[in-house]
Design a protein around this ligand. Structure first.
Ligand SMILES: [Zn+2]
Length: 157
């Protein structure tokens, strides 16, 4: 399949992620979040059954079921300090657009919102780069000596 896409799917810190392969200007669309439109009731049901974590509520009545592999938007991970945001276009397309300039090689991330955070991330902790950095700073304050020691031992492969 010839690929003209301005991104690639690759490994990120939290599994698979979506990475820019070209630069994006602020406001430019990176990827569409596509899928069939289902009613909120059906979305609730799927969520309760824990069968689908790619549901994107677009209005009170409608949700996009983004679980199809053809939906590249599903690979965009959550970040508490994202570089893209979801925008509903007049065409009815839901798109992730750059919030600032994005350089080739950068992982594209969006903020999944408070509810997602509360349900999926609060308990086990968010793994996004911003949170990891914060955690590291906190840890290094407490366990500095330990980290230094393990570094000395040369745990590099
Ligand atoms: Zn985070």
């Amino acid at each position: 399949m010839p690929s003209r896409k301005p991104f690639r799917i690759g490994r990120s810190r939290t599994g698979l992620g979506l990475f820019a392969t070209k630069s994006f200007r602020k406001g430019q669309t990176v990827v569409e979040y596509s899928g069939r439109h289902i009613s909120s009731q059906e979305a609730d049901r799927l969520e309760d059954e824990g069968r689908n974590s790619y549901l994107f509520a677009i209005t009170k009545k409608w949700t996009i079921d983004g679980s199809s592999r053809k939906n590249y938007g599903r690979y965009v991970n959550h970040s508490c300090r994202p570089n893209a945001e979801a925008i509903m276009r007049h065409t009815g397309r839901l798109e992730y657009a750059a919030m600032r300039r994005i350089e080739p090689g950068e992982e594209v991330t969006v903020d999944y919102g408070k509810e997602y955070y509360r349900i999926f991330l609060q308990e086990r902790g968010c793994l996004c780069a911003a949170c990891a950095k914060r955690a590291q700073v906190k840890r290094s304050g407490i366990k500095r000596s330990k980290r230094k020691a393990s570094k000395k031992r040369g745990k590099g492969k």
